[in-house]
Design a protein around this ligand. Structure first.
Ligand SMILES: *[C@@H]1O[C@H](CO)[C@@H](O)[C@H](O)[C@H]1NC(C)=O
Ligand SMILES: *[C@@H]1O[C@H](CO)[C@@H](O)[C@H](O)[C@H]1NC(C)=O
Ligand SMILES: *[C@@H]1O[C@H](CO)[C@@H](O)[C@H](O)[C@H]1NC(C)=O
Ligand SMILES: *[C@@H]1O[C@H](CO)[C@@H](O)[C@H](O)[C@H]1NC(C)=O
Ligand SMILES: *[C@@H]1O[C@H](CO)[C@@H](O)[C@H](O)[C@H]1NC(C)=O
Ligand SMILES: *[C@@H]1O[C@H](CO)[C@@H](O)[C@H](O)[C@H]1NC(C)=O
Ligand SMILES: *[C@@H]1O[C@H](CO)[C@@H](O)[C@H](O)[C@H]1NC(C)=O
Ligand SMILES: *[C@@H]1O[C@H](CO)[C@@H](O)[C@H](O)[C@H]1NC(C)=O
Length: 399
């Protein structure tokens, strides 16, 4: 936590990268303000300060799964999500880790998670990271810790150790390729791993995925999602969302055969330009010359993980900026839909997922780190939590 605080102080001291703008004035573009923020409801909160929920996945049955970075490397389930009394269950604590990061579903009710060891809150110890498989097939986890399971027990199996130059962060599954995932390596590359065969490829290792120089800790590509033939990624300190075309197998489409382009690109502050590239490859070097498109750069300090809805609107969490921002790629309109810099509503919001059932597909579930990296007003933190944001009004406000 102190590292990021330090980072922000350094940046302020040297006048770099901090865009001193009212988030509403920058992020609201021709949308009707009277229905903002969107209605929200807290579903769960840990009891203690110093807790950090890192990522979240929605199950087909309506439950949520969330990974914990602090205080312990745990996986939780939240059941009865749409009831007035959602129930948390700790499913597992992973051995040889201090924190768990990304999570993705690779086949129905089978998930892959990444985790490893950290020094302090946000400094990864490279060489300690691994991928694990979590199977919840035919399990009944609607009970508390140490319960007697009604169905099969969930299973937790280590898949592979990651090499010592890889810092896995966001994970996402390649559609219609069960077991094939893309892994955001925050040191500056995008990996493709087929967990059924252990085949691994470096898909790309390009400047837009690399950490931005000048920040005291290394964090480039962070969240990743696939939408409409493209992989989208946030580069956190570049505060920029990028995308590139991928084929049906999850490999990059080489530049020459890429035909799409985005009309709207935003200019980048030089201070925020990723400055170096990962030089090592994991598995096959399948990186190729790709066309990278800048989707949007935002005047915030940090762009964390995000969700994409069926219309392609990006729902971006901003961790130290304590907000969730929606950005419509077609119209270029955006809005802070929840939280604000000085409020705890979205304190340390760092990942989001839409519900998958017919009754909650409009609900955006956001997980938080309680403001740990950058306490509100310099001192306020709270326990990590999960909040449901009702996005029904997105169309009404012009998003
Ligand atoms: C916002 O509204 C102004 C005034 O009506 C208009 O000139 C401008 O083009 C609009 N911008 C967008 C992105 O719609
Ligand atoms: C944990 O690490 C120890 C020491 O490196 C090793 O012996 C053990 O096999 C590891 N356990 C798992 C589950 O990876
Ligand atoms: C993949 O690697 C794991 C761990 O090294 C090993 O147990 C498993 O058998 C391998 N799977 C295949 C299909 O090679
Ligand atoms: C590299 O990616 C292409 C798809 O772009 C795929 O056809 C090829 O098999 C991959 N090569 C290796 C060595 O994995
Ligand atoms: C991987 O392949 C790309 C594209 O051919 C090349 O630019 C890069 O230098 C290669 N990396 C390594 C470590 O060989
Ligand atoms: C974002 O958060 C950082 C850290 O709290 C703060 O210094 C910066 O002013 C914020 N930026 C905006 C646009 O609110
Ligand atoms: C931060 O300070 C502002 C201005 O004094 C206040 O309105 C707000 O409630 C404070 N936030 C928290 C979480 O205490
Ligand atoms: C968390 O810390 C804040 C001060 O930042 C304090 O006001 C609050 O009571 C603490 N909450 C818990 C649950 O300890």
């Amino acid at each position: 936590m102190f590292l990021l605080v330090l980072a922000i102080l350094l940046v302020q001291a040297f006048g770099l990268a901090v865009h001193d703008v009212n988030p509403n004035s920058i992020a609201v573009d021709n949308v009707s303000l009277d229905s903002l923020p969107f209605p929200s409801r807290q579903l769960f909160q840990f009891e203690h300060n110093g807790t950090w929920i890192e990522n979240v996945a929605a199950r087909a049955n309506g439950d949520l799964l969330f990974t914990v970075l602090q205080p312990a490397p745990q996986l939780y389930s939240l059941t009865a999500v749409q009831s007035g009394d959602p129930q948390p269950t700790q499913l597992f604590e992973f051995p040889n880790m201090t924190g768990v990061l990304g999570i993705t579903e690779v086949s129905p009710d089978v998930f892959v998670v990444a985790g490893g060891k950290f020094k302090g809150t946000a400094t990864p110890i490279l060489g300690t990271f691994s991928l694990w498989r979590v199977s919840l097939v035919d399990t009944d986890i609607s009970c508390k810790i140490n319960c007697v399971y009604g169905g099969k027990k969930p299973s937790f199996d280590k898949l592979m150790d990651l090499p010592d130059h890889v810092y896995p962060n966001g994970l996402t599954s390649v559609p219609d390729r069960p077991g094939v995932i893309l892994v955001a390596d925050s040191m500056g590359s995008l990996l493709r791993i087929d967990v059924t065969s252990n085949k691994t490829d470096t898909v790309a290792a390009i400047p837009e995925m690399a950490p931005v120089q000048g920040w005291p800790f290394l964090m480039g590509i962070n969240g990743i999602k696939i939408y409409n033939g493209h992989v989208y990624w946030s580069n956190s300190f570049a505060v920029t969302m990028y995308r590139m075309a991928i084929d049906d197998d999850g490999f990059a489409v080489p530049a020459t055969s890429s035909t799409t382009s985005l009309p709207a690109t935003t200019t980048k502050d030089d201070a925020n330009t990723p400055a170096f590239t990962a030089t090592t490859e994991f598995g096959n070097n399948n990186s190729t010359d790709v066309t990278v498109e800048t989707v949007v750069t935002m005047p915030i300090t940090f762009m964390d993980d995000f969700a994409i809805d069926e219309d392609g609107t990006l729902w971006i969490t901003t961790n130290p900026n304590n907000t969730v921002i929606a950005y419509n790629q077609d119209t270029g309109k955006s809005a802070v839909v929840a939280g604000s810099q000085q409020q705890a509503a979205m304190a340390g919001a760092n990942a989001a997922v839409f519900g998958r059932t017919s009754s909650d597909s409009h609900m955006l579930y956001v997980v938080t780190a309680g403001g740990l990296t950058s306490p509100i007003n310099g001192s306020f933190i709270e326990p990590a939590k999960i909040v449901a944001i009702d996005t029904t009004n997105a169309a009404h406000i012009g998003l």
